[in-house]
Write a protein that binds this ligand. Structure first.
Ligand SMILES: [Fe+2]
Length: 248
C-alpha cells in the first residue's frame, strides 16, 4: 500500500512506502518515509534523532549572529521552528493511530499537510545551518566557478538571489539549488511549498516569512538580504554542492 507524499530531487513523483503498515490494526507509520524523503533532498541536516523529528542545535550562541540577527529575533524564530517540529511529531503520532485511518489509509489531506510541515522543518534546519557568526565572504572555487559560468560572476549570482528574495512579499523561501548535472537554479517558493515543483538539491535558503525578519527589518527586505548575506557561511554552502552527473 502506498501514499503519495511528495517529490524527489530528480523530479520523479515520490510514492512513500508505508513500510510499517500493520495488517492487524490498519495503522501506518509515515515517519521513516518522510525522513528518507527529507534526507534524499537535503542530506543530513540534523532533522531527526531517536525516531522523532527534532530541533537541531544551533552551531552558535543565541547572540552569536550579532546585530545582523539579534538574540530576540533568533529566539522567537527558533521557537517557531520548535512549534513546527512539535506539530510534525504530533501528526506523525496521529497517523500511527488507527482512528485517523480509513480502511488502512491515511486521508490524503493529512499526508499533504504532513509533507508541507516536514518541508518547512527541513528548510529551517538548513537555514540555521548556512548561517555563521564567522562567515567569510569568499565563495569557494567549486561553487564560485559554477556561478561564474552560469551567471557571469559570483556577484551576479548572489545579486540575483538577493533581489529574488527581496521580491517575495511577506511569505515564502528563496532558494539557490542545483540539479544532478551541476546546473544552478535560483527560485522562490510560494506560501505553500510544492516539493514536486523543484527537483533540485538546495544549497542556500533564505526565510522570507514575516516572522524571520520583520520584527527587526520591517518591510525593508533589501536590508534584511544585506544582513542575511553577511551571515552566510559560503564554505558550508559550497560543501553541499556535489553534482553527480556531467553537464551535457
Ligand atoms: Fe521561519
Amino acid at each position: 500500500m502506498c501514499v503519495r507524499v511528495s517529490g524527489t530531487s530528480d523530479g520523479r513523483p515520490c510514492v512513500a512506502r508505508l513500510s510499517s503498515l500493520s495488517a492487524s490494526t490498519g495503522t501506518v507509520d509515515l515517519y521513516p518515509d518522510i525522513l528518507e524523503m527529507i534526507e534524499s533532498v537535503f542530506g543530513d541536516i540534523g532533522a531527526a534523532e531517536e525516531g522523532r523529528f527534532a530541533l537541531p542545535p544551533l552551531g552558535y550562541a543565541p547572540d552569536g549572529l550579532g546585530e545582523a540577527y539579534p538574540e530576540e529575533l533568533l529566539a522567537s524564530h527558533y521557537g517557531i521552528h520548535n512549534k513546527i517540529v512539535s506539530m510534525l511529531n504530533r501528526m506523525v503520532e496521529q497517523a500511527r493511530d488507527e482512528q485517523w485511518c480509513v480502511e488502512g489509509r491515511i486521508p490524503r489531506a493529512m499526508t499533504r499537510t504532513l509533507s508541507l510541515w516536514a518541508w518547512e522543518h527541513a528548510m529551517h534546519c538548513l537555514f540555521w545551518r548556512v548561517l555563521s557568526p564567522s562567515a567569510l565572504p569568499r565563495v569557494p572555487d567549486n561553487l564560485g566557478e559554477a556561478m561564474e559560468q552560469q551567471y557571469g560572476s559570483v556577484v551576479s549570482a548572489v545579486t540575483l538571489f538577493a533581489s529574488l528574495c527581496a521580491s517575495i512579499d511577506s511569505r515564502g523561501w528563496g532558494i539557490m539549488g542545483y540539479q544532478p548535472d551541476g546546473k544552478l537554479i535560483i527560485f522562490h517558493t510560494g506560501e505553500l511549498i510544492n516539493a514536486q515543483a523543484w527537483p533540485v538539491k538546495p544549497l542556500l535558503v533564505c526565510d522570507m516569512w514575516e516572522h524571520a525578519y520583520q520584527p527587526v527589518y520591517g518591510q525593508n527586505r533589501s536590508r534584511w538580504m544585506d544582513s542575511f548575506l553577511e551571515m552566510v557561511d559560503w564554505s558550508h554552502v559550497a560543501g553541499r554542492y556535489r553534482p553527480t552527473k556531467t553537464a551535457e
